[in-house]
Write a protein that binds this ligand. Structure first.
Ligand code: NAP
Length: 259
């Protein structure tokens, strides 16, 4: 039997590297995507040796059009790939007014454009096959404008919405979609963002985060929030949102807006 194959972006370290370990231990062959070739090769060698799975490496800067196109083509053309983990992401530890246009473009290219395009690259093939999995790593920040991480939070709100929308569109065709919303997690993300180490919040261990996310995945969740103690709060939030839906189709403005 052919082993399922999982492509993971941002697999060179952090949450993505843990996903690589966990999917290898589940018997999946892997395609590891990131920019740091040395780290990818080191992880690939370790996983091959420890688990015996096949591990391919695809060096790509997902903010670069040509590299993104190569990863899209891989996802489109390699029929053995049955799972995509859209994990690569980044932020900048500066207030919105202090962020440069290059930072904003880079964060949106990585956290939004690449995520949507890579999901799109597998969507048609998965739907035609009647199966496949897309795991998108969002963030609790996407639910919390109060954190003053406006661009990063907006990109993660996009990832959550995209995941929920794709589950609606592709779920009936046999495709599984999961959005994972980590809280603060102990990885290099904060250092890369230029965050002040003295001001960092307490962090969840990345291995605990991924293992919890996979429990949510195995339970069939579309949205998994590992640090949230009371899952009913999320359900209530969705119920409150859906209660607004009938009003959205009204053809006259609501009474409070009439002059
Ligand atoms: P991380 O340790 O900084 O790892 C980020 C990964 O993305 C690395 O493998 C990095 O590899 C890759 N990457 C960064 N820029 C890239 C680019 N331009 N092209 C290709 N790959 C790129 O961060 P992490 O915490 O594991 O983040 C993983 C995901 O979790 C992200 O989507 C992040 O937003 C999300 N998340 C993290 C936290 C947290 O507190 N850590 C909380 C909520 C959500 P290379 O440098 O080798 O390219």
């Amino acid at each position: 039997m052919v082993a399922p194959k999982t492509l993971i972006t941002g697999a060179s370290t952090g949450i993505g590297a843990i996903y690589a370990d966990r999917f290898a231990k589940r018997g999946h062959d892997l395609v590891l995507v990131a920019r740091d070739l040395v780290r990818l090769e080191t992880l690939a060698a370790k996983l091959r040796q420890e688990t015996g799975v096949n591990v391919e490496i695809l060096r790509a800067d997902l903010t670069a059009e040509a590299d993104l196109a190569v990863v899209e083509a891989k996802l489109r053309d390699d029929a053995a790939i049955t799972t995509l983990v859209n994990n690569a992401g980044a932020t900048v530890a500066a207030a919105f007014a202090d962020q440069g246009s290059a930072d904003i473009s880079r964060i949106i290219a990585l956290n939004v454009t690449a995520v949507a395009r890579l999901a799109n690259a597998v969507a048609g093939r998965f739907a035609r096959a009647g199966g496949g999995t897309i795991i998108n790593i969002a963030s609790v920040v996407g639910l919390v404008p109060e954190f003053s991480m406006s661009v990063y939070g907006a990109t993660k709100a996009f990832v959550l919405f995209l995941s929920q929308g794709l589950q609606v569109e592709l779920g009936p065709r046999g495709v599984r979609v999961q959005a994972v919303l980590p809280g603060a997690t102990s990885t290099e993300l904060w250092d890369r963002a230029g965050a002040d180490a003295a001001k960092l919040p307490p962090m969840m261990d990345a291995a605990d985060l991924v293992d919890a996310a996979l429990v949510g995945f195995d339970a069939g969740e579309t949205v998994t929030i590992p640090p949230l103690p009371d899952a009913k709060l999320w359900d209530s939030y969705q119920t409150a949102r859906q209660a607004m839906l009938p009003g959205f189709g009204n053809t006259l403005p609501a009474a409070r807006y009439r002059t």
